[in-house]
Design a protein. Structure first.
Length: 98
């Protein structure tokens, strides 16, 4: 009987775990999208929704207004409004004061 060598690379590399169907589909869907955000071109990892973009930017959804392609996005639709390359976005952040 032959015992595997301690230096056998198959023994040093942990087996990779299979991806779940959802993870596999998501990994295949990931692309870079380019949007115009407040007048500046931005490359984003997609797919991304308006709420995902706000999270990435560190903005709280309750304190902003979002316009996508010259139409206001209702706050109730941030999670279901997906961005695509070429979208033009304006985000206004409300700041309280006195």
């Amino acid at each position: 009987m032959v015992l595997p060598s301690a230096l056998d690379p198959r023994l040093l590399t942990p087996p990779s775990l299979p991806l779940s169907p959802a993870a596999l589909i998501f990994s295949l869907m990931q692309t870079v999208i380019t949007v115009l955000l407040n007048g500046e071109t931005r490359a984003l990892d997609g797919p991304v929704s308006v709420s995902g973009l706000l999270l990435t930017l560190g903005l709280e959804g309750r304190k902003v207004a979002v316009e996508r392609n010259e139409a206001i996005v209702p706050r109730s639709r941030y999670t279901e409004t997906w961005l695509t390359s070429g979208d033009s976005l304006e985000i206004v952040h409300f700041i309280g004061g006195g």
